[in-house]
Design a binder for this molecule. Structure first.
Ligand SMILES: [Zn+2]
Length: 329
């Protein structure tokens, strides 16, 4: 407990001491000793005495002492690099899932989320995204203000000494706004809750446009005894009507199709399902782009084999077209 107070005090020093020329100025409080200060600042009693030309270790509350920071570290120590110490980065490759990445590093998905609490999804992350890989479970927080660290340590009931060690913080001067700090063993609860909601949404489909269904999924009679299989629903709408992504996912095709689809967009969703949007007059997304459910991806048109402006909407699961109406409410 006493240790906790000491280290918290250490963190506070950056606000209550002015630093000049490699010294922290410290106003002595009741009960403080040179030994304590030396310990706090990772320096020696001797160097404090020398710098302040003290003849004895006796101090009184209100005394102002210079604490030689440079003696302790051999130079102004650099900011803890971001990411925090012990972290590596991993660039997401095509086909990789968070679970496999976590497994490869011997970590839990929770730990990966803790190191990357702002990721947009558990399932659909863009190829090339740089993930931080932590040494263990914990939460990475970027400090808005240096003093936030104290609040975070208190809020999460952490051992301040452990936090300082894990982040290579040897002096209060190492704590800066904008710095990434690792809070060991803190679960990324807020992120996990948000990502669970995202996952739920990513698994639902919404109507890409609203309009009259002019052709349903299934075999359709072409007259004269002929028929063909319509692997989509067709929804009529004026040319230029915005088309929305039915579900969040990554664009895997965006361009002209020679198979009658005209301007075609294919989006791949978590779990491998795909939605296809055909006959567009205009494509507004590109391959590799992650789109959120409801995001406008194109405009209705009549390109390709089409008899009038409409959206031809296909839903594929397991590589097979299924009836989108069974998923659309
Ligand atoms: Zn169609």
């Amino acid at each position: 407990m006493i240790k906790k107070v000491f280290v918290a005090t250490l963190l506070l020093l950056c606000f209550f001491s002015a630093q000049a020329g490699g010294y922290a100025l410290r106003i002595i409080k009741s009960g403080e000793s040179l030994g304590l200060l030396a310990n706090l600042y990772d320096t020696s009693v001797d160097s404090i005495m020398r710098v302040n030309e003290l003849e004895s270790e006796l101090m009184y509350p209100g005394d102002k002492l210079k604490i030689p920071l440079l003696d302790a570290t051999g130079g102004i120590s650099e900011l803890a690099p971001s990411p925090p110490p012990g972290f590596v980065t991993h660039s997401i490759q095509s086909g990789e899932a968070l679970s496999t990445i976590a497994q490869n590093y011997g970590l839990s998905v929770e730990a990966i989320v803790g190191a990357n609490p702002d990721i947009s999804s558990l399932d659909m992350l863009p190829v090339g995204l740089e993930l931080l890989i932590p040494p263990s479970l914990g939460l990475v927080v970027t400090l808005n203000q240096a003093r936030d660290l104290i609040a975070l340590v208190n809020l999460n009931k952490l051992d301040p000494k452990q936090v300082l060690e894990k982040n290579n913080i040897y002096s209060p001067n190492n704590v800066r706004a904008g710095m990434m700090v690792f809070l060991p063993n803190v679960k990324p609860s807020e992120s996990l809750e948000r990502l669970a909601r995202v996952r739920e949404e990513e698994n639902r489909y919404v109507w890409p446009i609203h309009g009259r269904i002019t052709s349903y999924f299934g075999r359709r009679n072409l007259g004269m005894g002929t028929s063909s299989f319509h692997s989509a629903i067709d929804v009529a709408a004026p040319t230029g009507t915005p088309v929305a992504a039915s579900r969040s996912g990554t664009v895997i095709y965006a361009g002209w199709s020679n198979r009658g689809y005209g301007n075609l967009i294919k989006i791949q969703h978590a779990g491998g399902a795909e939605t296809w949007y055909a006959h567009n007059s205009k494509i507004l997304v590109s391959v590799g782009q992650y789109v959120k459910q409801g995001e406008i991806i194109s405009r209705v048109g009549t390109t390709g084999l089409s008899t009038g402006p409409h959206l031809h909407f296909e839903l594929h699961e397991g590589g097979k077209a299924i009836d989108p109406l069974s998923y659309l409410m």
